[in-house]
Design a protein around this ligand. Structure first.
Ligand SMILES: [Zn+2]
Length: 237
């Protein structure tokens, strides 16, 4: 069997509860619609989403995995994803902008003559020629022989900002720092994140805290409660 097919089957066979493998589903019909360099990222992302599906005995039902404008898109049928699923999808999309879709090395999202792609320097101008195929098989072979290693989440932070339930004009900033690797979501994500809470601070202090998290982290995902306090605090230049 061709390595490409084996690599796709590894993904499809690993997560039967998570994936929509019905006849009309794109993933069943065309497989994983990304370059070989992203297969490990797809595998780790789906692994975590699968943990969620197992924990809740429902949840995301993924029906398509594709590259859209140089970024990884994992499409599922549930329209109301929970926080853990949303964070995983945001982080995966971010990481896909740093991984060469051909070989899996460090890459940059760039606009090439054939659209947006994330590529390393070496594969910037590579289309579907002989060298692409050589890399493809090497990368697929490595992927087939590897186990789950977790999603590389070092430097990511999630920040939740909301108005204080107790004091007027004050609010809370909760920072959740991700570990080096997020290995599993069999248990809640909360236990694996390092949390720092700043309760009942004014918006100037909140803004300072948020600035410093933003400067120290690789990427920060912000969520506010829509309050005036959150809007003022999240005013990041
Ligand atoms: Zn490359």
């Amino acid at each position: 069997m061709k390595l490409e097919k084996l690599a796709t089957q590894k993904i499809l066979n690993s997560y039967p509860l998570l994936l929509d493998l019905s006849k009309a589903s794109p993933i069943k019909n065309v497989g994983v619609e990304v370059g070989p360099g992203w297969y490990p990222l797809v595998y780790e992302t789906l692994g975590l989403l699968n943990d969620l599906a197992l924990r809740y005995q429902s949840g995301p039902h993924v029906n398509q995995i594709k590259m859209e404008s140089g970024a990884l898109e994992v499409l599922s049928s549930n329209s109301n994803p929970d926080l853990e699923q949303t964070l995983i999808e945001i982080i995966s999309r971010y990481l896909s902008g740093e991984i060469c879709e051909v070989c899996g090395a460090t890459g940059v999202r760039q606009h090439l003559s054939f659209g947006y792609h994330t590529r390393c320097e070496r594969h910037s101008y590579l289309r579907n020629d002989v060298e692409y195929n050589i890399y493809k098989y090497k990368v697929f072979e490595n992927f087939i022989n590897s186990d789950r290693q977790g999603l590389k989440t070092d430097g990511f932070a999630y920040v939740h900002v909301y108005k204080s339930p107790y004091y007027k004009n004050r609010g809370c900033v909760h920072i959740y720092e991700f570990p080096e690797h997020l290995l599993s979501l069999k248990e809640s994500m909360e236990y694996q994140l390092h949390s720092i809470c700043h309760d009942d601070v004014n918006d100037l202090i909140a803004n300072e805290i948020i600035h410093s998290v933003n400067n120290e982290s690789k990427a920060v995902i912000f969520a506010g409660d829509g309050s005036r306090f959150a809007k003022k605090s999240l005013n990041i230049k």
